[in-house]
Write a protein of this length. Structure first.
Ligand code: ADP
Length: 493
């Protein structure tokens, strides 16, 4: 077993090059943490429009890749740029990737997403035949990369250059699966023998994510609780059976955050820095935030949310609980964008309760930081949450998370026990507004006791969710995948 692993990390999005969600944060940080542990890590993503802005000048490493797609051959190229100290490869194919959006427009998904990601997956494998660098392990992420393990185990299984590569496939959110109609099957180049329940067929359609789940050597998702939850009908999005079958190779590894990027002592976006020992700056951040948002500058509890406005995030519970939350003297600030109905509902709430509720619709990373720093509480009442980054950031900023006990929220926040003075936040289990309010009451009781509150804030800030521990867990899983210690349940095509 080599000490220094060669790892190819494949992701459709990588911060800062292209981002729609938490996966980009992971893909921007985990490879660096792995490199920091001494491994040879390279990242591969599509060359979406504008990546050059962050990647510096790009060097062609494979000038001409010829990839079979349906009965045609599509040409692409592999370019190399820098990501921190390590290399990142961009798969260039302007017809597919030089567009305004990554996966679609506000009107909906691009009609040719199947073709765009068939190309991505197959080109990833083809590139490795000519690159002159063969990874020990491919770490593939989410549905857009789901066919990579499938190709390695089928069309390319007899290629000696690729035969020894182990694969680890990570689910960041099971709800996004890459499902396409069966007429696209010939486009994949895979035989119809794979279009079965044991292969990539899913209720009469093609399912990319399922490909990763069935053919990956090891599977992970981004928290232990979510790894358990997705094996049930409630959270399994129709794939619970597949996940149960593969439960022996399914692991939970919680995400981290970059502690240099998220640091209240040095964050340039917040009005005054602070540390756990000296929280003066945090008080200044709260006053500044109240002023910026037109909230009364009173020492009342300030509850913040920074979130995509989607059903998953449990925002209806916030709307339900809002009158009583305000009746308890709290203020609320929400930064988010998404579902127009939710946007309208929060906008309305803000205009009715000026000075008490502030809502900013849009995507604003700097304001997000001011909310993380200036709020007392950070609210995440998610219906489900694979890992969640907001609660990790808020712990780092001494802002107490109020969470629903699900997925990564349950794994990273612990209920504060006033008697023992242990714990870092408050949570609730039933998915309803009353449970949220009951949790809020417990939280406010502690908020009103300065000594207890100070202790809770110190507990939160003493947590360590930096990437190193998680990166070490991935390395031990890569080694496990390589040893092939895990009996495979793969089907023989
Ligand atoms: P998800 O990936 O499901 O959106 P996470 O909690 O894992 O949820 O990650 C969300 C990340 O995106 C957090 O870093 C959060 O601060 C950020 N974010 C979400 N909405 C906004 C917004 N409107 N403006 C700025 N940052 C946002």
């Amino acid at each position: 077993m080599p000490q220094r692993l060669r790892i190819l990390f494949i992701s459709p999005e990588v911060e800062p090059f292209a981002k729609t969600g938490g996966l980009a944060d992971v893909a921007g940080a985990l490879p660096k943490a792995l490199a920091g542990l001494g491994h040879d890590v390279r990242v591969l993503m599509p060359k979406f429009r504008g990546v050059e802005r962050h990647a510096g000048s790009l060097t062609p490493v494979i000038a001409r890749l010829r990839i079979p797609v349906a009965d045609r051959t599509q040409e692409g190229a592999l370019l190399e740029g820098r990501m921190g100290k390590g290399p990142i490869y961009f798969l260039a194919q302007d017809h597919y990737y030089d567009r305004d959006g990554l996966y679609g427009t506000p009107e909906g998904d691009y009609w040719d997403n199947c073709e765009r990601f068939v190309f991505f997956c197959r080109a990833a494998v083809e590139a490795l035949r000519v690159l002159g660098w063969t990874p020990h392990v491919i770490h593939a992420n989410d549905w857009q990369t789901g066919l990579v393990p499938v190709y390695l185990e089928t069309l390319y299984r007899n290629d000696p250059a690729l035969a020894k590569i182990a694969t680890l496939f990570t689910i960041h959110n099971l709800a996004y699966q890459g499902v396409f109609w069966h007429y696209d099957m010939p486009m994949t180049g895979l035989g119809w023998d794979l279009f079965t329940p044991a292969g990539i067929e899913f209720y009469g359609k093609i399912n990319f994510l399922k490909g990763g789940l069935v053919f990956g050597d090891l599977l992970t998702t981004v928290s232990r609780t979510y790894a358990r939850e997705i094996q049930t009908a409630e959270f399994g999005c129709g794939l619970e059976g597949v996940l149960q079958e593969r439960s022996r190779v399914l692991h939970g590894v919680v995400n981290g955050i970059d502690y240099d990027v998220w640091n209240p002592a040095s964050d340039p976006a917040i009005p005054k820095g602070y540390t756990a020992r000296d929280l003066q700056g945090k008080r200044a951040c709260k006053l500044a935030l109240q002023e910026e948002l037109g909230l009364a500058q009173e020492p009342v509890p300030l509850v913040g949310l920074v979130t995509r406005l989607v059903e998953q995030k449990g925002l209806n519970l916030v709307l339900d609980a809002l009158p009583e939350l305000l009746a308890n003297g709290a203020q609320l600030v929400l930064l988010g964008t998404g579902d127009p109905a939710l946007e309208a509902a929060f906008d309305q709430a803000a205009s009715r309760r000026k000075g008490r509720v502030a809502v900013r619709l849009g995507y604003d990373p700097a304001l997000a930081r001011r909310i993380y720093a200036g709020s007392d509480f950070f609210l995440m009442p998610s219906r489900y949450e694979p890992c969640g980054l907001g609660q990790l950031i808020s712990l780092r900023y001494g802002t107490i998370p109020l969470v629903r006990w699900t997925g990564g929220l349950a794994d990273t926040v612990t209920e504060f026990d006033p008697a023992k003075q242990t714990g870092t936040g408050f949570g609730f289990a039933p998915f309803n507004g009353e449970a949220l309010l009951e949790c809020l009451h417990r939280a406010l009781t502690v908020f009103r006791q300065p000594a207890l509150w100070a202790r809770l804030v110190r507990n939160a800030m003493a947590e360590d969710f930096s990437w190193e521990a998680s990166a070490r867990q991935y390395v031990s899983l890569y080694r496990k995948a390589l040893k092939a210690a895990v009996p495979s349940t793969r089907i023989e095509p």
